[in-house]
Design a protein around this ligand. Structure first.
Ligand code: NOJ
Length: 727
């Protein structure tokens, strides 16, 4: 029986996640600064400037490289994409996307993902990993939403913090990016994202705050303007908020080409210019000689360049990079010149497991997991097979043919291999070994509906695959300039699904997508299940097979809302150069709750092959109303079904009415694995961070007085237990 492997798979997962944890002893900021002072004190102005300046586009082995100095010695730092694996490199792992990490709702899996990536960046001699991303799916169309954690600040904050802890546990500096309000690709270099202070704090700053708390070493300022000022020269956002309010001690570097001045940028908080040139291969820099001159003419104080150097050197010490850091063995400009170094270890196991742990089962009327008695299945759609031209044939994955397991842009890595469906099945052979003697019919055209119908007819279960893709604006795919033009499936997906559903009464829809899509076929009586693997990286097909066969019981949850129709969403990419964040706090499910719109699949939704019961919610409050206030909620969760499986217990808080907050906001979750029949008491803890709102008059976080509610449940629209307390 294939279910027997379930508990052992879960166990392996835990063991694996535990083995990839902390390796290096990260220094405290104080100790790192003490060490840094000794060498920065010896640096001349020119030397300090050099370590803050990039060598220019294509000027080194990495996408970003600083100048090295000698006497005192400080090396050139290598900064390299991407948030999901090493870009422009061979023999590396191309794992699940950021939004999949979020969909796992699994803190230890996210930590393990960060740690294996950190290990690979370390092995390749990369000082700074340019990730995680923490911008938002403010609109479902947003091109780079898949690089981050979805639509909720709490969830995005957890993904950011755990990823950073993982990366930095291996001695690599993580980058929190893109600071800030960089939530659409449309006009990303020229638009101003305009937001009020409360929304800024409660939504957009939230993951950066959690990143700083977890010790992040660097922050990348964004391309866009924020409230009228370029993000990389915004005194309020960089100095007052990031370095002041949040207490960030690391260094701020620009996105590539996002620096627009010398004096304003430096005085307002930018510490490093990337890639160091004013424009592509111009040979000129806002830093370098211009920065030295600005100090000499007293437009910038030398103490500021000392601070910049201190921030960079201290971060390097904090991560232990002074101790035998490996030499760079990638070559972003000329890949063939990179020395051979395979850093993949057994990371594919983690990728496969997180791939399964992040595959959301949206709908299932019992056809999944596949019955071991079934005799035949169909696999239909171009997504079942890799791009005929090769898995890495489009640079930075900038196309959309064949199996979709990454979006496109700088946030990508080359696949070392790609497990799609035909690779597992040869499009002809059994799906996996426990389905021996299962006959497979396939059709790989999205447009030949007759062939699709033929393949679907007569088999026990017909799987039909469709995709939706997006990416970064420097590549246009099928007319989509980064952001998606609409929320429809690509490549005739809707018609293909309808044709298959018309032909087979056990149709299972599988969607590989960067984010929400419209599902005009969802009510079709023959569509018995919808599986949502997102974009799950090199092990994509294996992770999917684990879910559909029941080798792994699904436990992922949607990190964004899927609406019934496009007009139900309140935000889409805005073509004006003044992008007003007028929805304020009402992003994603908060808007749907507020406007009382029923989503097709709500935030936090995801099914299991077993069932869970919630009982005995208890709430305990201590030090009420003080900054040390804590609220502990305990709830008993029981696996009431026949199979072992994991449940994601979600806690949504409703603030006192006078706080003017959205109806409910996610402020805690735990994923717990329970054998069938077993139960466990789960504790969710809320502190000042989770209980307060940003008071724009006091300019501070305050816990509002009045009646709070805690709603505990299986999704934002499946609340099982509620309780309240007064402050
Ligand atoms: C621009 C992207 O916005 C950023 O995410 C990336 O790290 C840099 N380019 C470097 O490639």
């Amino acid at each position: 029986m294939h279910f027997n492997s379930l508990s052992s798979t879960a166990l392996t997962l835990l063991v694996l996640f535990n083995t990839v944890q902390a390796k290096i002893n990260v220094l405290s900021w104080d100790d790192a600064y003490t060490k840094a002072k000794i060498i920065v004190d010896k640096m001349s102005l020119e030397q300090k400037v050099n370590i803050t300046t990039g060598v220019g586009w294509d000027g080194g082995l990495c996408v970003g490289n600083t100048y090295a100095i000698s006497n005192p010695d400080f090396p050139s730092l290598c900064l390299q994409d991407a948030p999901m694996g090493i870009r422009f490199a061979d023999n590396v792992t191309a794992g699940v996307s950021g939004v999949n990490a979020a969909a796992s709702f699994d803190k230890s899996a996210i930590l393990a993902r960060g740690a294996y990536m950190g290990q690979e960046f370390y092995d390749k001699g990369i000082n700074v990993q340019l990730g995680p991303g923490m911008n938002f799916m403010r609109s479902s169309q947003g091109g780079r939403g898949w690089e981050s954690g979805g639509e909720d600040p709490y969830l995005t904050g957890v993904v950011a913090a755990e990823t950073i802890k993982g990366i930095q546990s291996k001695g690599v500096i993580a980058t929190a990016k893109h600071y800030i309000l960089n939530d659409q690709e449309l006009n990303r270099n020229t638009e101003s994202s305009n937001v009020d202070s409360r929304t800024l704090h409660e939504i957009y700053l939230w993951p950066f705050a959690r990143s700083v708390e977890s010790g992040v070493g660097s922050v990348m300022c964004a391309y866009n303007l924020a409230n009228g000022t370029h993000a990389c020269e915004d005194d309020y956002l960089l100095n007052t908020v990031l370095k002041g309010e949040l207490g960030f001690k690391g260094f701020v570097h620009s996105d590539w080409g996002a620096t627009h001045s010398t004096v304003n940028a430096v005085n307002h908080g930018l510490d490093m210019d990337m890639p160091g040139e004013i424009s592509y291969k111009s040979g000129t820099s806002y830093f370098g000689q211009n920065l030295t001159d600005a100090v000499n003419t007293k437009s910038i104080k030398e103490s500021r360049t000392t601070d910049m150097a201190m921030r960079i050197v201290a971060t390097w010490y904090k991560l232990g990079q002074d101790k035998n850091f490996p030499k760079v063995s990638i070559n972003s400009v000329d890949r063939d010149k990179a020395s051979y170094l395979n850093v993949q270890r057994d990371h594919k196991k983690i990728v496969r497991q997180i791939g399964a742990a992040s595959t959301v089962l949206l709908k299932n009327s019992g056809v999944l997991p596949l019955d071991t008695k079934i005799k035949s299945i169909a696999l239909i759609g171009s997504d079942i097979k890799a791009n005929d031209d090769g898995i890495n044939s489009c640079s930075d994955r900038g196309c959309s043919s064949g199996h979709l397991a990454q979006g496109w842009g700088s946030g990508t890595a080359d696949f070392p291999y790609l497990i799609e469906l035909c690779l597992i099945t040869d499009c002809n052979a059994p799906l996996i070994t426990n389905l021996i003697n299962v006959k497979i019919q396939s059709s790989i055209s999205d447009w030949d509906l007759e062939a699709a119908t033929e393949a679907a007819k007569g088999v026990d279960v017909a799987f039909v695959f469709a995709t939706a893709n997006s990416g970064e604006e420097y590549i246009t795919v099928d007319g989509n300039v980064g952001d998606r033009n609409n929320l429809s499936l690509w490549n005739n997906g809707d018609e293909l699904i309808k044709a298959v559903a018309d032909a087979n009464k056990n149709t299972v829809v599988v969607i590989h997508s960067v984010g929400a899509v419209l599902m005009p076929w969802i009510e079709h009586a023959n569509i018995k299940a919808v599986v949502w693997p997102g974009i799950s990286g090199q092990e994509s097909g294996n992770s999917l097979a684990d879910i559909v066969t029941g080798a792994v019981n699904p436990s992922a949850r949607l990190p964004y809302t899927i609406a019934k129709k496009e007009s139900d969403y309140n935000v889409k990419p805005d073509p004006s150069l003044q992008v007003e964040y007028s929805e304020k706090l009402l992003m994603g499910y908060k808007w749907f709750d507020h406007a009382k719109i029923e989503p097709l699949f709500p935030f936090g939704h995801g099914m299991s092959y077993t069932s869970f019961n919630y009982s005995k919610l208890k709430i305990k409050v201590s030090k009420s109303g003080t900054k040390d206030m804590t609220v502990k909620a305990t709830v008993t969760v029981k696996n009431t079904g026949k199979l072992d499986g994991a449940e994601v217990i979600q806690a949504y808080i409703s603030y006192p009415e006078k706080a003017g907050s959205p109806p409910q906001q996610l402020r805690g979750f735990e994923k717990v694995f329970l054998k069938h029949g077993k139960q466990q008491k789960i504790e969710l803890k809320f502190t000042m961070t989770e209980l307060s709102i940003w008071d724009t008059v006091a300019n501070a976080w305050v816990i509002p007085s009045g009646k709070f509610f805690i709603h505990v449940g299986a999704s934002s629209r499946d609340i099982r237990q509620s309780g309240s307390f007064n402050v």
